[in-house]
Design a protein around this ligand. Structure first.
Ligand SMILES: Cc1cc2nc3c(=O)[nH]c(=O)nc-3n(C[C@H](O)[C@H](O)[C@H](O)COP(=O)(O)OP(=O)(O)OC[C@H]3O[C@@H](n4cnc5c(N)ncnc54)[C@H](O)[C@@H]3O)c2cc1C
Length: 340
């Protein structure tokens, strides 16, 4: 059984944890009911029939080793790339026979995340899978994870040695992208860039997307190339910036390409703050005849609260809550706001 615990701590930090009880379903022993000959006959007939059904199911339902989204499945920490003093990219690969169905993660028109278990505390937290990158193994999964100060699960993950086993389950669908051509303004704070990469990767033809990405420190976005601001490109290399640039190249290359992806970077320690006026400028100039127009807000709780107001808990479920924050003060020109 799984229960969701949710409480707001004294420090104002929204904490949520999923706990697991033992599944104590028991099975009564069965008495043997037939002779060995009967058993062998059933086995001889059953194996080929079973194999045939199994193969058919494989073709219809995908690989048989796909784990159910509700079950934890074991992965091994194959690589950990430190990309700043607090953030690392974790690469995981299946540790045993079964694995998460990568089609469910990568091919749905949705933002998806996966839960990581902290086995000693029996809690789990969600992390957004990064879209597959060049050279990535077909069953490997990559995540950008920040080590939060005193963070129970992120601290645990960052302490793991290469080769350690990590239990994951999912995917969970956090937001389904509307099917029509969409225009997206994506406000990302810190690791909130991971769902932005998913949306950019899944942007259909004729979609456009403008990402505004804020970080506290330059080290979290080295090598950034600002598309519309007047800042110079920053020197250095950063795996997430590189992946963003490679998605951008794919979007804009080819004579028939109608998609566009623009990214602007803001760095607190350089006093380049993302301001409501920067967002207002993008909303007012958008084409009027486009499909759905979305402002997606993703990042730490304080970032989402500042831009769009807090989410709310209703009947044990987290819901959008009313629009608040800086976006509530702007003329949104019909753009819909989604808090991730
Ligand atoms: C759908 C979804 C996707 C996500 N994707 C990502 C992702 O891709 N990458 C990523 O890095 N994160 C992501 N997160 C956030 C992630 O799930 C965790 O919330 C985050 O890693 C912190 O978890 P933790 O257990 O390490 O920290 P926690 O133990 O939950 O603590 C969080 C912070 O609160 C502080 N704190 C804890 N207890 C108290 C208290 N009593 N009073 C005051 N302060 C306190 C801690 O010091 C810490 O800074 C995602 C979250 C969601 C919901």
């Amino acid at each position: 059984m799984l229960a969701i615990q949710c409480s707001r701590s004294q420090g104002g930090v929204l904490r949520y944890a999923r706990r697991y009880g033992d599944n104590n379903s028991s099975h009564e022993g069965r008495k043997p009911t037939g002779s060995y000959t009967r058993v062998l006959a059933i086995f001889a007939l059953g194996v080929p029939i079973g194999w045939g059904v199994h193969t058919l199911n494989d073709i219809r339902n995908g690989p048989s080793n796909s784990a159910k989204p509700t079950d934890f499945v074991k992965y091994a920490l194959a690589a950990k790339e430190d990309i700043s003093s607090t953030c690392s990219i974790f690469t995981l690969k299946p540790a045993q026979g079964s694995a998460m169905d990568t089609a469910q993660l990568y091919d749905q028109p949705a933002i998806t995340s996966v839960q990581f278990k902290q086995p000693q505390l029996q809690i789990a937290r969600s992390y957004t899978v990064l879209p597959p990158d060049e050279g990535q193994g077909p069953e490997e999964l990559r995540f950008l994870i920040r080590k939060e100060q005193n963070g129970e699960v992120s601290g645990y993950l960052h302490r793991l040695a290469l080769g350690s086993t990590i239990e994951l389950r999912g995917p969970s669908v956090d937001y389904v992208l509307p099917g029509s051509a969409i225009e997206v303004v994506f406000l990302a704070g810190g690791t909130g860039i991971a769902p932005a990469l998913q949306v950019a990767e899944k942007l259909e033809e004729a979609g456009t997307m403008h990402i505004l990405w804020a970080n506290r420190r330059r080290e979290d976005c080295l090598g950034a190339i600002v598309d519309t601001g007047n800042q110079a490109a920053s020197p250095g290399k950063h795996a997430i910036v590189d992946q963003m640039e490679s998605i951008k190249r794919r979007h804009t290359s080819g004579p028939d390409s109608k998609t566009a992806l623009l990214v602007d970077y803001y760095v607190d320690e350089e006093s380049t703050f993302m301001r409501p006026a920067d967002v207002a400028k993008l909303l007012g100039t958008a084409a009027q005849d486009s499909g759905k127009r979305l402002i997606l807000v993703s990042g730490p709780e304080g970032f989402v609260n500042y831009w769009a107001g807090p989410k709310q808990w209703v009947g044990g479920r987290e819901v959008q809550g009313p629009l608040g924050g800086a976006l509530a003060t702007l003329d949104l020109h019909g753009w819909q706001v989604v808090k991730l």
